[in-house]
Write a new protein. Structure first.
Length: 322
């Protein structure tokens, strides 16, 4: 029996969505200590999984590996399509667990395209491998254009930056009671529309932001500048997505972000992926106050929701044989 433990990720945004530039996408994000995916796998003569949301991932892993079957027990997982990258983490966790249970090794990066992962952002694969703060190289624009190539024909973009963040940094995470973020065909259609209309000037602004503010903040471990830079990255990305999500942020994310941004213990706030999850950058010493600020933000918009506090996860998925 094999246990795999991995964490969620935040996706701060892309470097470029305009066809006018040489490279498309280029994800920026960070691995989190929570929420987590924890699952166990053991060999079986068929696919056995009591969690109906995870069973398709087991089917796909068994098929990709060419093994007879597997019994997978999900001990912990987080909600789908909430801005945490659950699909990639479940795909890769199931894959490596089933492979190890059968005495085989499966390289997550190699298998990811075959399983429909890494087609735009490489952040989820990179954080599964090694954790940390990630900037990936994106894809050659001439191969992707507004319509991605056939599933499985791409390679996952390599990280051009992957660095640990200070263990004292924290992210306050608000997942309001709201519809799930876009996925599947609706997401593909929205992304195609965004890419076809994207202003290349925004990518130029992001390039300056990344090299002159965000990466220096990571290197110098400056939480204030880091928070402000990722928040700005999110706003610039939101300008691309505005027609597809009802504004620079998907409602009610904008109100939540404004509320978080008014607190001295929050050093920048933004929306992860399509939401609905919103994050604020804070310090370990300020987490109690940050949680109160998050609750006030939810109360202000009249929504229920889930508030979590997570640190940066500076290591990849953990596999344990039992």
């Amino acid at each position: 029996m094999v246990t795999v433990d991995t964490g969620a990720r935040l996706h701060f945004g892309f470097q470029n969505l305009a066809l006018a530039h040489e490279r498309l996408y280029g994800g920026v994000g960070v691995a989190l200590t929570a929420p987590r995916v924890v699952l166990r796998a053991e060999p079986a003569s068929a696919v056995v999984c009591e969690d109906p949301a995870v069973e398709p991932f087991v089917d796909d892993a068994v098929s990709a590996l060419g093994v007879e079957g597997a019994r997978v027990t999900v001990e912990e997982r987080f909600e789908r399509h909430a801005g945490f990258g659950s699909g990639t983490q479940l795909t890769l966790s199931t894959l490596v667990a089933v492979a190890r249970a059968h005495g085989e090794y499966a390289d997550a990066r190699t298998y990811a395209p075959k399983l429909g992962r890494g087609g735009r952002s490489g952040v989820g694969v990179a954080t599964f491998e090694n954790g940390g703060f990630v900037v990936d190289a994106g894809h050659p624009t001439e191969r992707f254009t507004s319509r991605p190539p056939a599933e499985g024909s791409w390679t996952v973009p390599e990280p051009i930056v992957q660095r640990d963040l200070p263990s004292s940094w924290r992210f306050v995470l608000i997942t309001p009671d709201a519809e799930s973020g876009k996925s599947g065909k609706p997401e593909e259609q929205s992304m195609r529309s965004v890419v076809e209309r994207a202003d290349p000037g925004i990518a130029d602004d992001i390039s300056h932001l990344l090299t002159r503010r965000l990466l220096p903040a990571v290197a110098e471990r400056d939480i204030g500048e880091f928070g402000n830079a990722v928040a700005r990255l999110g706003r610039l990305n939101g300008a691309w997505y505005a027609d597809e999500q009802g504004g620079v942020y998907r409602p009610p994310a904008g109100q939540l972000i404004d509320s978080l941004g008014g607190s001295p213990v929050i050093h920048g706030a933004g929306q992860s992926s399509w939401g609905p999850t919103v994050y604020g950058v804070t310090r370990e010493a300020d987490t109690a106050e940050a949680r109160e600020v998050a609750q006030t933000a939810l109360d202000t918009v009249g929504r229920g929701g889930t508030i979590r506090i997570a640190g940066p996860r500076n290591s990849g998925a953990r596999l344990d044989d039992e």
